[in-house]
Ligand binder design. Structure first.
Ligand code: BES
Ligand code: ZN
Ligand code: ZN
Length: 490
């Protein structure tokens, strides 16, 4: 699907379909479509009068051969209340247009910006929404698809916003790259293959990459990462992707993006129940988000150094597997008693965080499908955000807000540390069941301190269980947009 800008009036643009955002009627403005009434003989007003279309958020009405328009179809999309309209809503509106019209065989679609938001920002949001909505998770279906493909999305705006269109496209395509990786089943994407995908991305994007294999991880004494990997026939790999700015700004900042990549999580000897275990193919969503972010950053060129550190392993039971009660020595020197082999994410992240700090990262963000408990706390809408430093936390929250990814700050008081007591080692890898997402974060904090760090628990948000009108069911690619916005603003 191509996306381009067209500087034309909606009435005269040639397209298979034209999508317009229309707000809810108010007493001041009973017909928000009145702008078009003169040319269309009150076509839109009639929809409001009959209440067939009310402007409610993301509700639609489709009109064939609309009088007064050159486009063959007119799709009215509700923008909700005018004063509550945001770029996040506009991103969704563009997505609704793409998903609804693509399903109807539309090849060429025109989108019209709406309301009082800044024009360039609207162009970027619409490009993102359109490209994200076009993603389909059916990669392994062999039957030829009968429906026509959506070939082109035209955004009606001044051509001066070309760079914003390009930026939106780059970011959304990077997010779709992440989704493609997350969607891959465990047999198709073991750690080695994830490493190959990362290397292909890096060479296409012009980034430096190191793939650290078992021997090197041994030398680095990454006992926690190796302990998780030892039960699998698939060898582990630590993926390190580096971006270096041509002319760094004088902040001296070096962002470390650390992402959990368990390519399949059976739980190991503390094995998971069969129900929904297939979902554990997405236990590498944190790592995949970091690869997507790096792909976008290579094109957008922030003025700080960014290093992605992605520990990739498979968590399997087997005769070599780590046992509950085993003690491992982490790269940091701290020892951990592995009370539950299913709490493996924090083990591989412990060594990855230590490595990122050793590489000189001044600011850390990790993303991980770390705990089922985060879904108990926040459901599937918001990412849980934990931090050891308030101003860094606020910068990440602001980047998330600006890019339309919903996150929520979670507590990390020192008292939660009391749950992490082992009889024989420095730390156990689990606390009590209560507050499971917080004790997991508290465990990670022991390896991030004192570097400013944010931990994002994306277990509840990396996979969409119920399709939305603007997104299909499947991998969400959450995190990518926030990490890009964050690095670009540093
Ligand atoms: N990968 C899981 C967490 C998860 C659960 C991700 C559901 C996505 C959806 C993680 O490795 C895990 O198994 N966590 C355990 C921790 C427990 C043993 C302390 C959990 O959440 O049950
Ligand atoms: Zn697990
Ligand atoms: Zn896991």
């Amino acid at each position: 699907m191509k996306a381009r800008l067209v500087h034309e009036k909606p009435e005269i643009v040639e397209a298979d379909a034209l999508a317009l955002v229309l707000f809810e009627a108010t007493s001041d403005d009973p017909n928000p479509g009145s702008l078009y009434d003169a040319r269309t003989q009150g076509l839109i007003g009639e929809f409001y009068d009959s209440e067939e279309f009310t402007g409610k958020a993301l509700r639609t009405a489709l009109i064939h051969r609309p009088s007064g328009f050159r486009a063959r179809r007119l799709l009215l999309i509700g923008g909700g209340k005018r004063e509550e309209f945001t770029l996040a809503r506009l991103r969704q509106v563009a997505g609704v247009a793409v998903r609804e019209l693509k399903a109807k065989g539309v090849k060429r679609l025109a989108l019209v910006p709406a309301g009082r938001l800044e024009a360039g920002a609207q162009v970027q949001a619409m490009a993102e929404g359109a490209v994200l909505a076009a993603y389909e998770p059916d990669a392994y279906k062999t039957e030829e698809k009968a429906r026509a493909v959506l070939e082109e999305v035209c955004i009606l705006a001044e051509l001066t916003h070309e760079a914003r269109l390009e930026r939106g496209r780059i970011i959304a395509e990077a997010q779709n790259f992440t989704r493609r990786l997350v969607n891959e089943p465990g047999n198709r994407l073991p750690p080695t293959t994830l490493g190959v995908e990362a290397a292909d991305m890096a060479s296409a994007a012009g980034l430096e990459i190191d793939l650290l294999r078992r021997d090197r991880l041994d030398e680095l004494q990454m006992g926690a990462l190796l302990g998780v990997a030892q039960g699998s026939a698939e060898p582990p790999v630590l993926i390190v992707v580096r971006y270096q700015p041509e002319r760094p700004n004088d902040s001296g900042a070096h962002l470390g993006l650390v992402g959990k990549a368990v390519t399949f999580d059976t739980g190991g000897i503390s094995i998971k129940p069969a129900q929904d275990m297939d979902k554990m193919k997405y236990d590498m969503a944190g790592g995949a988000a970091m690869l997507g972010a790096m792909q976008a950053l290579a094109a957008l060129k922030p003025s700080i150094a960014v290093t992605a550190v992605i520990p990739a392993v498979e968590n399997m039971p087997g005769r070599q597997a780590q046992r509950p009660g085993d003690v491992v020595r982490t790269m940091s020197g701290k020892t951990v008693e592995v009370l539950n082999t299913d709490a493996e994410g924090r083990l591989i992240l412990a060594d990855a965080l230590t490595y990122a700090r050793q590489q000189g990262c001044t600011h850390l963000v990790d993303a991980a499908t770390l705990t089922g408990a985060i879904s108990v706390a926040l459901g599937h809408e918001r990412v849980g955000l934990f931090s050891n430093e308030d101003s860094w936390r606020d910068r990440v929250l602001a980047a998330a807000e600006a890019s339309g990814e919903k996150m929520w700050p979670m507590p990390l008081d020192d008292e939660y540390k009391d749950q992490l007591k082992s009889l024989i080692a420095d730390l156990p890898n689990i606390g009590s069941r209560a507050g499971g997402a917080i004790t997991a974060a508290m465990f990670l904090k022991q390896f991030a301190d004192p570097t400013p760090w944010v931990h994002l628990d994306i277990a509840g948000t990396a996979w969409i269980d119920d399709a939305k009108p603007y997104l299909p069911k499947g991998p969400s690619g959450v995190g990518v947009r926030t990490f890009v916005a964050l690095a670009m603003g540093m």
